[in-house]
Design a protein around this ligand. Structure first.
Ligand code: FDA
Length: 283
Protein backbone atom coordinates (compact mmCIF):
# COMPACT_ATOMS: atom_id res chain seq x y z
CA UNK A 1 0.00 0.00 0.00
CA UNK A 2 2.80 2.44 0.88
CA UNK A 3 4.18 2.33 -2.69
CA UNK A 4 0.85 2.38 -4.54
CA UNK A 5 0.39 5.53 -6.67
CA UNK A 6 -3.26 5.59 -5.57
CA UNK A 7 -2.39 5.87 -1.90
CA UNK A 8 -1.86 9.64 -2.05
CA UNK A 9 -5.60 10.08 -2.71
CA UNK A 10 -6.58 8.76 0.68
CA UNK A 11 -3.54 9.59 2.83
CA UNK A 12 -3.29 13.27 1.95
CA UNK A 13 -5.86 14.26 4.58
CA UNK A 14 -3.56 13.12 7.40
CA UNK A 15 -0.07 13.17 5.82
CA UNK A 16 1.56 16.45 4.75
CA UNK A 17 3.47 14.86 1.85
CA UNK A 18 6.19 12.37 1.01
CA UNK A 19 9.11 14.81 1.08
CA UNK A 20 10.62 17.25 3.57
CA UNK A 21 9.97 20.07 1.09
CA UNK A 22 6.26 19.29 1.10
CA UNK A 23 6.19 19.11 4.90
CA UNK A 24 8.04 22.42 5.26
CA UNK A 25 5.62 24.09 2.85
CA UNK A 26 2.78 22.96 5.13
CA UNK A 27 4.62 24.28 8.23
CA UNK A 28 5.14 27.64 6.50
CA UNK A 29 1.47 27.83 5.51
CA UNK A 30 0.43 27.01 9.10
CA UNK A 31 2.81 29.60 10.52
CA UNK A 32 0.92 32.17 8.42
CA UNK A 33 -2.19 31.08 10.35
CA UNK A 34 -0.34 31.46 13.70
CA UNK A 35 -0.14 27.69 14.12
CA UNK A 36 3.09 26.11 15.34
CA UNK A 37 4.17 22.67 14.20
CA UNK A 38 6.02 19.51 15.20
CA UNK A 39 7.40 17.44 12.31
CA UNK A 40 7.07 13.67 12.33
CA UNK A 41 9.22 11.85 9.77
CA UNK A 42 7.08 8.74 9.51
CA UNK A 43 8.60 5.42 10.51
CA UNK A 44 8.70 3.07 13.49
CA UNK A 45 10.10 -0.33 14.45
CA UNK A 46 13.07 -0.11 12.08
CA UNK A 47 14.72 -3.43 11.23
CA UNK A 48 18.41 -2.52 11.79
CA UNK A 49 20.67 0.02 13.47
CA UNK A 50 21.63 1.28 9.99
CA UNK A 51 18.00 2.15 9.38
CA UNK A 52 17.88 3.85 12.81
CA UNK A 53 20.88 6.00 11.83
CA UNK A 54 19.10 6.92 8.59
CA UNK A 55 16.04 8.03 10.61
CA UNK A 56 18.27 10.18 12.83
CA UNK A 57 19.86 11.75 9.73
CA UNK A 58 16.46 12.44 8.19
CA UNK A 59 15.49 14.32 11.35
CA UNK A 60 18.78 16.21 11.43
CA UNK A 61 18.12 17.26 7.83
CA UNK A 62 14.66 18.46 8.88
CA UNK A 63 16.03 20.48 11.82
CA UNK A 64 18.61 22.08 9.51
CA UNK A 65 15.79 23.40 7.32
CA UNK A 66 13.55 24.79 10.08
CA UNK A 67 15.27 28.18 9.97
CA UNK A 68 13.09 30.43 12.08
CA UNK A 69 9.92 28.35 11.90
CA UNK A 70 8.19 27.81 15.28
CA UNK A 71 8.67 24.05 14.91
CA UNK A 72 9.93 21.07 16.87
CA UNK A 73 10.42 17.44 15.81
CA UNK A 74 8.56 14.40 17.14
CA UNK A 75 10.33 11.05 17.12
CA UNK A 76 9.56 7.44 18.02
CA UNK A 77 12.30 5.54 19.82
CA UNK A 78 11.64 2.32 17.85
CA UNK A 79 12.57 4.43 14.83
CA UNK A 80 15.86 5.30 16.55
CA UNK A 81 16.86 1.68 17.28
CA UNK A 82 15.29 0.93 20.69
CA UNK A 83 14.48 -2.67 19.64
CA UNK A 84 18.19 -3.36 18.97
CA UNK A 85 20.26 -1.39 21.46
CA UNK A 86 19.16 1.08 24.13
CA UNK A 87 22.67 2.58 24.12
CA UNK A 88 22.66 3.14 20.33
CA UNK A 89 19.14 4.56 20.50
CA UNK A 90 20.15 6.98 23.27
CA UNK A 91 23.18 8.09 21.26
CA UNK A 92 21.01 8.76 18.17
CA UNK A 93 18.59 10.85 20.24
CA UNK A 94 21.53 12.65 21.89
CA UNK A 95 22.84 13.80 18.50
CA UNK A 96 19.41 15.09 17.53
CA UNK A 97 18.81 16.81 20.88
CA UNK A 98 22.22 18.52 20.77
CA UNK A 99 21.40 20.00 17.38
CA UNK A 100 17.81 20.91 18.34
CA UNK A 101 19.08 22.76 21.40
CA UNK A 102 21.66 24.67 19.33
CA UNK A 103 18.89 26.13 17.14
CA UNK A 104 16.40 26.71 19.98
CA UNK A 105 14.10 23.85 19.00
CA UNK A 106 12.94 20.78 20.90
CA UNK A 107 12.73 17.00 20.47
CA UNK A 108 9.33 15.60 21.43
CA UNK A 109 9.49 11.87 22.15
CA UNK A 110 6.25 10.12 21.16
CA UNK A 111 4.95 7.30 23.34
CA UNK A 112 4.44 3.94 21.66
CA UNK A 113 2.82 0.75 23.00
CA UNK A 114 3.16 -0.10 26.70
CA UNK A 115 6.05 -2.55 26.17
CA UNK A 116 8.18 0.57 25.49
CA UNK A 117 6.83 2.96 28.17
CA UNK A 118 9.47 2.39 30.85
CA UNK A 119 12.41 2.42 28.45
CA UNK A 120 11.06 5.51 26.66
CA UNK A 121 10.77 7.41 29.95
CA UNK A 122 14.35 6.40 30.84
CA UNK A 123 15.63 7.91 27.57
CA UNK A 124 13.46 11.03 27.98
CA UNK A 125 14.81 11.58 31.50
CA UNK A 126 18.42 11.13 30.44
CA UNK A 127 18.07 13.46 27.44
CA UNK A 128 16.18 16.05 29.50
CA UNK A 129 18.97 16.06 32.11
CA UNK A 130 21.66 16.50 29.43
CA UNK A 131 19.96 18.99 27.11
CA UNK A 132 16.73 20.36 28.69
CA UNK A 133 15.09 20.54 25.27
CA UNK A 134 12.80 17.55 25.19
CA UNK A 135 9.14 16.79 25.79
CA UNK A 136 7.71 13.51 27.04
CA UNK A 137 4.35 12.04 26.04
CA UNK A 138 1.96 10.47 28.54
CA UNK A 139 -1.09 8.42 27.56
CA UNK A 140 -4.20 8.87 29.73
CA UNK A 141 -5.40 5.31 29.02
CA UNK A 142 -2.51 3.74 30.98
CA UNK A 143 -3.05 3.12 34.68
CA UNK A 144 0.57 3.97 35.45
CA UNK A 145 0.34 7.49 33.98
CA UNK A 146 -0.51 9.40 37.18
CA UNK A 147 2.72 8.16 38.80
CA UNK A 148 4.71 8.89 35.62
CA UNK A 149 3.37 12.45 35.47
CA UNK A 150 4.28 13.07 39.12
CA UNK A 151 7.87 11.99 38.41
CA UNK A 152 8.15 14.09 35.22
CA UNK A 153 6.72 17.11 37.06
CA UNK A 154 9.28 16.69 39.85
CA UNK A 155 12.03 16.73 37.20
CA UNK A 156 10.42 19.75 35.42
CA UNK A 157 10.17 17.78 32.15
CA UNK A 158 7.43 19.12 29.84
CA UNK A 159 4.68 16.62 29.02
CA UNK A 160 2.33 16.18 26.05
CA UNK A 161 -0.84 14.57 27.37
CA UNK A 162 -2.80 12.41 24.89
CA UNK A 163 -5.42 9.68 25.32
CA UNK A 164 -3.32 6.90 23.74
CA UNK A 165 -3.55 5.30 20.31
CA UNK A 166 -2.44 1.67 20.73
CA UNK A 167 -4.46 -1.44 21.46
CA UNK A 168 -3.69 -1.89 25.16
CA UNK A 169 -5.42 -4.63 27.16
CA UNK A 170 -6.42 -4.39 30.82
CA UNK A 171 -4.79 -4.45 33.35
CA UNK A 172 -2.34 -2.01 31.69
CA UNK A 173 -5.05 0.36 30.47
CA UNK A 174 -8.58 1.52 31.24
CA UNK A 175 -11.00 -0.56 29.18
CA UNK A 176 -13.83 1.98 29.14
CA UNK A 177 -13.41 5.16 27.07
CA UNK A 178 -15.27 7.16 29.76
CA UNK A 179 -12.59 6.18 32.30
CA UNK A 180 -9.87 7.27 29.86
CA UNK A 181 -11.58 10.64 29.42
CA UNK A 182 -11.98 11.08 33.19
CA UNK A 183 -8.34 10.20 33.76
CA UNK A 184 -7.32 12.63 31.00
CA UNK A 185 -9.05 15.50 32.84
CA UNK A 186 -7.48 14.53 36.19
CA UNK A 187 -3.98 14.31 34.68
CA UNK A 188 -4.51 17.53 32.74
CA UNK A 189 -5.31 19.40 35.96
CA UNK A 190 -2.21 17.95 37.63
CA UNK A 191 -0.15 19.22 34.68
CA UNK A 192 -1.75 22.66 34.88
CA UNK A 193 -1.07 22.83 38.63
CA UNK A 194 2.39 21.26 38.85
CA UNK A 195 3.72 20.69 35.32
CA UNK A 196 6.25 22.54 33.19
CA UNK A 197 4.79 24.04 30.01
CA UNK A 198 2.34 21.18 29.35
CA UNK A 199 0.86 20.36 25.94
CA UNK A 200 -2.83 19.42 25.95
CA UNK A 201 -3.09 17.11 22.92
CA UNK A 202 -6.69 16.26 22.05
CA UNK A 203 -9.55 17.07 19.67
CA UNK A 204 -12.14 16.26 22.33
CA UNK A 205 -14.36 19.35 22.57
CA UNK A 206 -15.57 18.60 26.10
CA UNK A 207 -12.00 18.22 27.38
CA UNK A 208 -10.84 21.32 25.52
CA UNK A 209 -13.70 23.26 27.11
CA UNK A 210 -12.66 22.02 30.55
CA UNK A 211 -9.02 22.93 29.84
CA UNK A 212 -9.99 26.50 28.95
CA UNK A 213 -12.29 26.79 31.96
CA UNK A 214 -9.65 25.45 34.37
CA UNK A 215 -6.87 27.61 32.94
CA UNK A 216 -9.02 30.72 33.33
CA UNK A 217 -10.15 29.76 36.85
CA UNK A 218 -6.53 29.20 37.93
CA UNK A 219 -5.36 32.32 36.07
CA UNK A 220 -2.87 30.30 34.02
CA UNK A 221 -1.61 32.57 31.23
CA UNK A 222 -1.83 31.30 27.61
CA UNK A 223 1.97 31.35 27.28
CA UNK A 224 2.33 28.82 30.12
CA UNK A 225 1.03 25.89 28.04
CA UNK A 226 0.01 24.90 24.51
CA UNK A 227 -2.65 22.88 22.78
CA UNK A 228 -1.64 20.25 20.25
CA UNK A 229 -3.68 18.56 17.51
CA UNK A 230 -3.04 16.30 14.54
CA UNK A 231 -2.70 17.61 10.99
CA UNK A 232 -5.96 17.00 9.13
CA UNK A 233 -8.23 16.60 12.17
CA UNK A 234 -10.82 19.18 13.35
CA UNK A 235 -9.50 22.26 11.59
CA UNK A 236 -12.59 24.09 12.90
CA UNK A 237 -11.43 23.52 16.48
CA UNK A 238 -7.86 24.45 15.55
CA UNK A 239 -9.06 27.83 14.28
CA UNK A 240 -11.18 28.43 17.38
CA UNK A 241 -8.25 27.80 19.75
CA UNK A 242 -5.99 30.20 17.82
CA UNK A 243 -8.71 32.85 17.59
CA UNK A 244 -9.13 32.68 21.37
CA UNK A 245 -5.45 33.66 21.68
CA UNK A 246 -4.00 30.30 22.75
CA UNK A 247 -0.93 28.56 21.33
CA UNK A 248 -1.64 25.62 19.07
CA UNK A 249 0.93 23.21 17.63
CA UNK A 250 -0.01 20.76 14.89
CA UNK A 251 1.64 17.35 14.58
CA UNK A 252 2.66 17.19 10.92
CA UNK A 253 3.64 13.73 9.59
CA UNK A 254 5.47 13.29 6.30
CA UNK A 255 7.32 10.55 4.44
CA UNK A 256 6.51 7.29 2.73
CA UNK A 257 6.23 4.94 5.74
CA UNK A 258 2.70 6.09 6.50
CA UNK A 259 0.89 2.78 6.94
CA UNK A 260 0.92 2.30 10.80
CA UNK A 261 0.20 6.00 11.46
CA UNK A 262 -2.62 6.02 8.95
CA UNK A 263 -4.16 2.83 10.38
CA UNK A 264 -4.18 4.34 13.89
CA UNK A 265 -6.08 7.36 12.55
CA UNK A 266 -8.59 5.05 10.81
CA UNK A 267 -9.08 3.01 13.99
CA UNK A 268 -9.91 6.14 15.97
CA UNK A 269 -12.99 6.88 13.89
CA UNK A 270 -15.13 4.40 11.92
CA UNK A 271 -16.19 7.20 9.53
CA UNK A 272 -12.59 7.35 8.29
CA UNK A 273 -12.75 3.72 7.15
CA UNK A 274 -15.92 4.48 5.17
CA UNK A 275 -14.10 7.42 3.54
CA UNK A 276 -11.17 5.12 2.66
CA UNK A 277 -13.44 2.45 1.17
CA UNK A 278 -15.28 5.03 -0.96
CA UNK A 279 -11.94 6.23 -2.35
CA UNK A 280 -10.72 2.71 -3.06
CA UNK A 281 -13.94 1.83 -4.92
CA UNK A 282 -13.84 5.10 -6.89
CA UNK A 283 -10.25 4.34 -7.97
P1 FDA B 1 -11.28 11.18 20.80
O1 FDA B 1 -10.71 9.97 20.15
O2 FDA B 1 -12.31 11.02 21.85
O3 FDA B 1 -11.82 12.12 19.65
C1 FDA B 1 -12.49 13.36 19.93
C2 FDA B 1 -12.98 13.91 18.59
O4 FDA B 1 -11.85 14.24 17.76
C3 FDA B 1 -13.80 12.92 17.75
O5 FDA B 1 -15.15 12.94 18.11
C4 FDA B 1 -13.54 13.44 16.35
O6 FDA B 1 -14.34 14.57 16.09
C5 FDA B 1 -12.10 13.90 16.40
N1 FDA B 1 -11.17 12.83 16.02
C6 FDA B 1 -10.32 12.15 16.81
N2 FDA B 1 -9.57 11.30 16.11
C7 FDA B 1 -9.96 11.43 14.82
C8 FDA B 1 -9.54 10.82 13.60
N3 FDA B 1 -8.58 9.91 13.58
N4 FDA B 1 -10.14 11.19 12.45
C9 FDA B 1 -11.12 12.15 12.46
N5 FDA B 1 -11.55 12.77 13.59
C10 FDA B 1 -10.98 12.42 14.75
N6 FDA B 1 -0.97 8.76 20.87
C11 FDA B 1 -0.03 7.94 21.39
O7 FDA B 1 -0.33 6.81 21.79
N7 FDA B 1 1.28 8.36 21.45
C12 FDA B 1 1.66 9.60 21.04
O8 FDA B 1 2.84 9.93 21.12
C13 FDA B 1 0.66 10.46 20.51
N8 FDA B 1 0.98 11.73 20.08
C14 FDA B 1 -0.05 12.59 19.73
C15 FDA B 1 0.25 13.92 19.42
C16 FDA B 1 -0.78 14.82 19.18
C17 FDA B 1 -0.45 16.23 18.89
C18 FDA B 1 -2.15 14.39 19.24
C19 FDA B 1 -3.28 15.34 19.04
C20 FDA B 1 -2.43 13.07 19.48
C21 FDA B 1 -1.40 12.15 19.71
N9 FDA B 1 -1.67 10.81 19.95
C22 FDA B 1 -0.68 10.00 20.44
C23 FDA B 1 -2.99 10.26 19.58
C24 FDA B 1 -3.96 10.25 20.74
O9 FDA B 1 -3.54 9.32 21.69
C25 FDA B 1 -5.39 9.88 20.27
O10 FDA B 1 -5.39 8.62 19.71
C26 FDA B 1 -5.99 10.86 19.28
O11 FDA B 1 -5.62 12.16 19.56
C27 FDA B 1 -7.52 10.80 19.30
O12 FDA B 1 -7.98 11.12 20.58
P2 FDA B 1 -8.70 12.50 20.99
O13 FDA B 1 -8.02 13.02 22.19
O14 FDA B 1 -8.72 13.42 19.85
O15 FDA B 1 -10.14 12.06 21.48
Amino acid sequence: METSPLSHNFTRRFIAGETLDEALAVCQRLEGQKIWTTLDHLGENVTSLDEAAQSRDAYLAALMRLSGLPATVSIKLTQFGLDFSEAACLENVRQLAAYAKSIGSRVEIDMESSEYTGRTLDVVTQIAQEFACTRSVIQAYLLRSAADIDRLNELSIPVRLCKGAYDEPPPMAFADKRDVDRNYVTLMKTLFDKGTYPAIATHDEAILGEALRYARERKIAPEKFEFQMLYGIRSDLQRRIVDLGYHLRLYVPYGTAWYPYFMRRLAERPANAVFLLRNLIRN
